[in-house]
Design a protein around this ligand. Structure first.
Ligand SMILES: Nc1ncnc2c1ncn2[C@@H]1O[C@H](COP(=O)(O)OP(=O)(O)O)[C@@H](O)[C@H]1O
Ligand SMILES: [Mg+2]
Length: 230
């Protein structure tokens, strides 16, 4: 589904991604783990076309590298960025509308997404900046799902959230698998990764150091100590 080969990218003179290769398949959850600063968020930005890349970023065979950033969501890749970036003064409904418009989706999609997030349906007219942190993250995910993405990128979506919100996000992620979405989940909690992942890509120094199938990872696997430090 999504395939990166030899991707290098960074900020100005600073190179962060160094010839990185990565793949995510439809109907699977691919988790990305790695220490702070190894380039996980930069990888998300590179996929989204938000920073210039050299190398190849292909979605179902189509080359995306070099496309303007607004074209990437239209091709079917949605990002829930780290730390939530919402359109603060807009209502919940207006935020969802932005997602729907991106790929020309309508009421059917909106209903399906709101079925996943009943709390948002109760708050459609509420200004999004007045939502709780967990509700804002729900909205960020809901807005991404309004694109009916082929690939959903989630950058540490459960950071700082209550257990009930974390459980709700888990349900959504596992539900997406059955609809054939390729989910890419940046996640630091070993238990969550073992619970949700089909494969785990361990990043170090701007590359994917090792990719391991979930079935080959035990809770105390050496990879967690080596690449995450836990
Ligand atoms: N906007 C930016 N400008 C310059 N350097 C940045 C910027 N964003 C991140 N970096 C640097 O890029 C490296 C990778 O950061 P990041 O991708 O956020 O890592 P991670 O998400 O794995 O913690 C870090 O050294 C960070 O300081
Ligand atoms: Mg990050």
């Amino acid at each position: 589904m999504l395939r990166l080969e030899g991707v290098s990218a960074g900020y100005g003179a600073v190179t962060v991604l160094r010839g990185l290769s990565f793949a995510a398949e439809a109907g699977e959850v691919t988790c990305i783990m790695g220490r702070n600063g190894v380039g996980k968020t930069t990888l998300m930005r590179a996929i989204m076309g938000q920073i210039a890349v050299s190398g190849s970023v292909r979605l179902g065979g189509e080359e995306l590298a070099g496309l303007p950033a607004h074209e990437v969501p239209r091709r079917g890749i949605a990002l829930v960025p780290q730390g939530r970036r919402l359109f603060g003064p807009l209502t919940v409904a207006e935020n969802l509308e932005i997602g729907l418009m991106t790929r020309g989706k309508g009421a059917v999609t909106r209903d399906r997404v709101l079925d996943l997030f009943p709390r948002l349906r109760e708050r459609l007219t509420q200004v999004s900046s007045t939502l709780s942190g967990g509700e804002q993250q729900m909205l960020a995910i809901a807005r991404a799902l309004c694109l009916e993405p082929k690939v959903l990128l989630l950058d540490e979506p459960t950071e700082g959230l209550q257990p009930s919100m974390i459980a709700a996000i888990r349900q959504v992620v596992l539900g997406l698998k059955t609809t054939g979405v390729a989910v890419v989940l940046v996640e630091q909690r070993v238990s969550a990764v073992l619970d949700m992942a089909d494969r785990v890509a361990f990043m170090d120094h701007g590359t994917v150091a090792e990719t391991v199938a979930r079935a080959d990872l035990a809770p105390g696997a050496a990879q967690f100590a080596t690449w995450v430090g836990v």
